[in-house]
Design a binder for this molecule. Structure first.
Ligand SMILES: Cc1cc2nc3c(=O)[nH]c(=O)nc-3n(C[C@H](O)[C@H](O)[C@H](O)COP(=O)(O)OP(=O)(O)OC[C@H]3O[C@@H](n4cnc5c(N)ncnc54)[C@H](O)[C@@H]3O)c2cc1C
Length: 492
C-alpha cells in the first residue's frame, strides 16, 4: 500500500513537492486555505485588467524544467516569451537606461551611461557566475544540514573560492569597491531585494544573485507568471495528487515522537508524513503550539525579510518608454533600506518597480491601456498605521511617476486594488507580511535557516521561502527537491 503524505499549503514549493512525491510513489494530499493553488503566484482580474498578484521576475527556469524532466514531460510546452529587454531604469536626475537581455549589450550600456570600465564590469559578472556555479550545488541545490554535503566534490569546489566570497563585507561595500559611479552601485545593490534583504547588511556573497538576471536573463511565461502555478497544478492533478481547497490546517497531530496527521478546519486526517509549506515560524507557533517539545526559538525569532506594498493599477493609456520591468530609483537608497529594516517605515522617495505584463501578454489590458503592478519594498507589519502610510506613499508614487513620465498618472488610473503587509499575512500566512521568510542580513543567515526536515520528528518536513535555501521561486523549487530527497529516505 502507498504511504500517505499530507502537504500543508499549495505555494510553488508545495506544488513542486506534490508532483515530486506522487512521482516517487506516495499518495499525496494538499490542504490549502485559499480557494486556489499557487500561494503568492496567483492571478486576479480587476475590471478589464488581469494581474499576476505576486512574483513578476522569473529566473532559473531550469529548476522548473527538472520537474518536467522527472515526469517525462516536454518543457518546451511551457512556452517562454522572448523578451526584447530586461529592465528599464529611471533615475531622479533624468538619466534613463534601457538594458537589453544580452550581457554584452548590458555591459556596453552601463559603460556608456555610467562611465564604468567594460573590463571591470565583465570581471564582476564573471565572478558572480563563478561564485554561483561553485556555491549553488552546495548552498542552493542540496541541504546545508547534512554532513555528507561537507565531504563531497561540491564542498571542495565551493571551498576553493572562499576568498572570492568576501565573507566579511556587505554587498554594498563590495559594490562600492567594484564601481566608480554610485548609480552602478545602486543598480547592483538592488539584487538584495530579490530575497527581501538589505544590501547594507547582507553579505557580499549575495552579489551573485545578479548572475541569474544579467549573465542569464529574466523570463516571462507566455500567459504570465500564473502559468507557473497552472503548469505545476496540472502536473500534480495528472499524477493523482488530491487537493483540498478552502481547508485550513489548524494543527499537526503528534503521537509521542511521530507525526500522525493533521486537523483541518473541516476534519482530521491521518498520514505517514507531513510537509509544511506554511511559514516555518507559524508552523511551530500555530500548528505545533501545544506539543511538548523544544521549539527552535532562534529560527522563530530571526529577522524577517521585507514586505511590499503593491498598487494594481488599470491605466487608461500606454507608455512606449516603459517595458515589462521598470525601476524608478530613489536618490537615497541607504535611507530607504534603513526605513524598511530599522525604522520600519516607508520613505517619501522610495524606489518604485512597475511591472506591465500587457506589454507582452495580449488580453491583460484593453487595447491602448496597460496593467501596472506598481510595487515598493516595505517593512513588515509591526502595527504601523497602514491606512495613513498607504495614503501618503500612494501620493508620493503618483507624483514621482507623473514627473518622470511627464503625464499626470492619477487621471489615468481607472482600476485600483492594493496589497500590503497585513493582507500578505492574512492571505498567504507569511509572518508579519514578510514575503521571503527570513532576511539574509548577516553572514550566518544561510546557516541559520531552518532545514528541510525536522530534527525532532522523523516524518515532518519543510518547504518554501522561510526554510533552506531561501526566498524566491528558484530557491523555493529547490526546497521541494531537498525535502523530497529526505522524505524518500525516511518514509519508506
Ligand atoms: C508582491 C510580491 C512580489 C514577489 N516578487 C517575486 C519575484 O519577482 N520573483 C520571485 O522569485 N519571487 C517573488 N516573490 C516571492 C515569491 O512569491 C515566493 O518566492 C514564492 O512564490 C513563495 O512560494 P512558497 O511555496 O514559499 O509559498 P507561498 O506562495 O507563500 O504559499 C504558501 C501557501 O500555503 C498556504 N498555507 C499556509 N498555511 C496554511 C495552513 N495552515 N493551511 C492551509 N494552507 C496554508 C497559503 O495559503 C499559501 O497558499 C514575491 C512575492 C510577493 C508577495
Amino acid at each position: 500500500m502507498k504511504k500517505k503524505v499530507i502537504i500543508i499549503g499549495s505555494g510553488v514549493a508545495g506544488l513542486a513537492t506534490s508532483v515530486r512525491l506522487s512521482k516517487m510513489g506516495y499518495e499525496v494530499h494538499v490542504f490549502e486555505s485559499n480557494p486556489y493553488p499557487g500561494g503568492k503566484i496567483n492571478s486576479a482580474t480587476f475590471g478589464e485588467y488581469r494581474f499576476d498578484q505576486g512574483p513578476s521576475v522569473f529566473t532559473g527556469p531550469k529548476y522548473l524544467k527538472e520537474i518536467y524532466d522527472l515526469c517525462g514531460e516536454d518543457f518546451s510546452e511551457f512556452e517562454l516569451v522572448p523578451l526584447k529587454t530586461s529592465f528599464n531604469y529611471f533615475f531622479n536626475d533624468g538619466l534613463r537606461m534601457q538594458l537589453s537581455n544580452k550581457r554584452n549589450e548590458i555591459v556596453n550600456e552601463i559603460s556608456e551611461k555610467l562611465g564604468e570600465d567594460k573590463k571591470n564590469l565583465n570581471a564582476y559578472l564573471d565572478k558572480a557566475a563563478k561564485n554561483y556555479e561553485a556555491i549553488a550545488p552546495m548552498f542552493i541545490e542540496a541541504s546545508l544540514h547534512s554532513w555528507r554535503n561537507y565531504t563531497g566534490k561540491s564542498f571542495f569546489k565551493a571551498l576553493g573560492r572562499l576568498r572570492k566570497y568576501k565573507l566579511f563585507s556587505t554587498m554594498n561595500e563590495e559594490n562600492q569597491k567594484a564601481f566608480r559611479n554610485p548609480k552602478t552601485v545602486q543598480l547592483f545593490n538592488r539584487f538584495a531585494s530579490y530575497n527581501g534583504s538589505d544590501p547594507y547588511q547582507a553579505p557580499a556573497m549575495l552579489n551573485m544573485i545578479g548572475h541569474l538576471e544579467i549573465n542569464q536573463t529574466p523570463y516571462l511565461p507566455k500567459n504570465g507568471m500564473i502559468q507557473i502555478t497552472d503548469s505545476l497544478y496540472n502536473l500534480a492533478t495528472k499524477y493523482g495528487v488530491e487537493f483540498h481547497f478552502n481547508e485550513r490546517v489548524e494543527k499537526i497531530l503528534v503521537d509521542g515522537k511521530t507525526i500522525i496527521g493533521v486537523k483541518t478546519s473541516k476534519d482530521e486526517y491521518l498520514s505517514d508524513a507531513v510537509v509544511s509549506n506554511m511559514d516555518v515560524s507559524f508552523t511551530y507557533e500555530r500548528l505545533l503550539n501545544d506539543s511538548p517539545f523544544q521549539k527552535p526559538e532562534k529560527t522563530i525569532k530571526q529577522e524577517k525579510s521585507s514586505s511590499a506594498i503593491v498598487f494594481y493599477w488599470g491605466i487608461k493609456g500606454s507608455f512606449p518608454e516603459l517595458t515589462l520591468h521598470n525601476i524608478f530609483f530613489s536618490d537615497d537608497y541607504k535611507a530607504e533600506f534603513n526605513g524598511i529594516f530599522h525604522e520600519k517605515k516607508t520613505v517619501d522617495d522610495p524606489t518604485i518597480y512597475v511591472n506591465i505584463t500587457s506589454k507582452y501578454v495580449k488580453g491583460d489590458a484593453p487595447e491602448g491601456c496597460e496593467n501596472w503592478f506598481t510595487m515598493i519594498n516595505a517593512p513588515i507589519d509591526i502595527g504601523q498605521d497602514w491606512v495613513e502610510e498607504i495614503a501618503r506613499i500612494r501620493e508620493k508614487i503618483i507624483d514621482k511617476l507623473s514627473k518622470v513620465l511627464g503625464t499626470d498618472i492619477s487621471e489615468l488610473i481607472e482600476v485600483e486594488e492594493i496589497l500590503e503587509p497585513r493582507k500578505i499575512e492574512a492571505r498567504y500566512h507569511g509572518k508579519q507580511g514578510s514575503i521571503y521568510g527570513n532576511a539574509s542580513n548577516n553572514r550566518y543567515a544561510a546557516f541559520q535557516r531552518h532545514p528541510n526536515f525536522s530534527k525532532q520528528f522523523n516524518n515532518l518536513f519543510f518547504v518554501g521561502v522561510s526554510v533552506h535555501p531561501g526566498g524566491g521561486i528558484p530557491l523555493a523549487l529547490n526546497s521541494a527537491k531537498i525535502a523530497c530527497e529526505y522524505l524518500g529516505k525516511r518514509v519508506k
